[in-house]
Design a protein around this ligand. Structure first.
Ligand code: PMP
Length: 441
């Protein structure tokens, strides 16, 4: 930006999501531009993006190829319905995504966000069980500290109290297994923790309680992101898969954060070598440029619906903006960028450098745990007594003053930079963060 953008003088009308509105509006943090690894603020500063926006701008910002594809598509075909109609880029994108997925995941249902992907996957799972004559399977299993967006399905299977308690009745027939975070045994683990695969056996208890014939699906984030980067213990996801297989339960991986290269492989399913029945994605699919999400499912699931008269709609579900042409164009250009620059595996090249850098904060004041995998990391701070979240939020504000964007959840600092980050920028990020931790109360 050549000129300084002016901050609007009325900030009241916009009810900001997941924001302390009154605090923000007294002291707004206004972003007016972004290029590669940096945001530009309204007061002209360059802020290093330590979080890829909200875990989404995996290719960095302002990438010309993606920008041009969006502009061209808007001029050529701004909108096309995906109900009983199609446009070529939707089919091209689905085929390219399917080619990236491990077998048997080879069909794609488009949505506009992670929340929509989650609700779509839950609905497909329930409908599939009916399609195959297993209509008694209506229960859904989530996990404590799971984040699956903000739709009613997502908050029901999600395990975050603050997202649930205000809204009354959730979906019925939902159980939660325990999260896998075990600081007593695993604090300061580098990469995947050694202890805790047995947390998967919680699923057996739920199965024994209700009978397997009542359970449709289990949904987990392979790495829980939004609740503070909880890395699955070695063997945990494989064990969940085995239990699901044994009892005819569908396994859903919510890869809204882990998809598109975050762990150093295209998807977490590749990284952990565990293949679920459905995958939910969003964010990195367009590198955050245009809202889009997708659900990947197996041919078995898809084919179970392709029965009955051919002129009948097979699944009564979809969105006005499913497979939006501009989102499809953005996603295709994003995939081109990822492929040309090797970004879907770049995190694996940087992972050990990143790991050393994250863990270099071990001796900073207040730090009680550090976790990492691929290009994701978390630094957990000891809460100030009686004032939970205050310490990490102070770190967030101080980091922003020092030209670094971090994200906090509770008293945890979460980091997930764009996958284009250079080693020198990793150094800069952690030098700044060290200064921040040394300066806060
Ligand atoms: N699932 C997971 C794992 C997420 O991390 C998120 C967003 N952080 C969502 C779902 C919801 O995505 P959205 O905000 O695009 O609805």
């Amino acid at each position: 930006m050549s000129e300084r953008a002016v901050v609007p003088n009325n900030l009241e009308a916009f009810w900001m999501p997941f924001t302390a509105n009154r605090q923000f509006k007294k002291n707004p943090r206004m972003l007016v531009g972004a290029q590669d690894m940096h945001y530009t603020t309204a007061d002209g500063r360059q802020v290093l993006d330590g979080t890829a926006g909200l875990w989404c701008c995996n290719a960095g910002h302002g990438r010309p190829r993606i920008v041009e594809a969006i502009q061209k598509q808007a001029a050529e075909l701004d909108y096309a319905p995906a109900f009983q109609m199609g446009h070529p880029k939707a089919f091209e994108l689905a085929a390219r995504l399917a080619a990236k997925l491990p077998s048997p995941l080879d069909h794609v249902f488009f949505t506009n966000s992670g929340s929509e992907s989650v609700d779509t996957a839950l609905k497909i799972a329930l409908a599939y069980q009916r399609q195959i004559g297993q209509g008694t399977r209506t229960r859904l299993i989530g996990r404590e500290r799971g984040y699956h967006g903000v739709g009613f399905g997502g908050i029901s299977v999600g395990g975050i109290v603050a997202n649930r308690r205000t809204f009354g009745t959730m979906l019925t027939g939902v159980d939660h297994i325990r999260h896998t975070h075990d600081p007593e045994r695993n604090a300061f683990t580098r990469g995947e923790p050694e202890h805790g695969a047995e947390f998967a056996d919680d699923l057996i208890s739920v199965i024994n309680l209700h009978d397997p014939s009542t359970i449709a699906a289990v949904i987990v984030e392979p790495v829980a992101g939004s609740t503070g980067v909880l890395i699955p213990p070695k063997g945990y996801l494989k064990r969940l898969r085995e239990i699901c297989d044994k009892h005819g339960i569908l396994l859903i991986f919510d890869e809204v954060i882990t998809g598109f290269g975050r762990l150093g492989a295209p998807f977490a399913t590749d990284y952990f070598d565990v293949v679920p029945d459905l995958i939910t994605t969003a964010k990195g699919i367009t590198s955050g440029t245009v809202p889009m999400g997708a659900v990947f499912c197996s041919a078995d699931i898809y084919n179970a619906f392709m029965t009955g008269p051919e002129n009948m709609i097979e699944l009564f579900h979809g969105y006005t903006y499913s497979a939006h042409p501009i989102a499809c164009a953005a996603a295709l250009a994003t995939l081109d960028t990822y492929e040309e620059e090797g970004l879907l595996t770049r995190a694996s090249e940087l992972a050990s450098y990143w790991e050393d850098a994250v863990h270099s904060l071990k001796d900073c004041p207040h730090v009680i745990d550090i976790r990492n995998l691929g290009l994701i990391g978390a630094i957990e701070l000891e809460p100030i007594e009686g004032q939970p979240t205050k310490r990490a939020f102070s770190a967030f504000l101080e980091a922003y003053e020092r030209n670094l964007m971090i994200r906090t959840t509770g008293d945890i600092i979460a980091l997930s930079p764009p996958l284009i980050i250079e080693k020198s920028q990793i150094d800069e990020l952690f030098d700044t963060l060290r200064g921040v931790l040394n300066s806060i109360e």
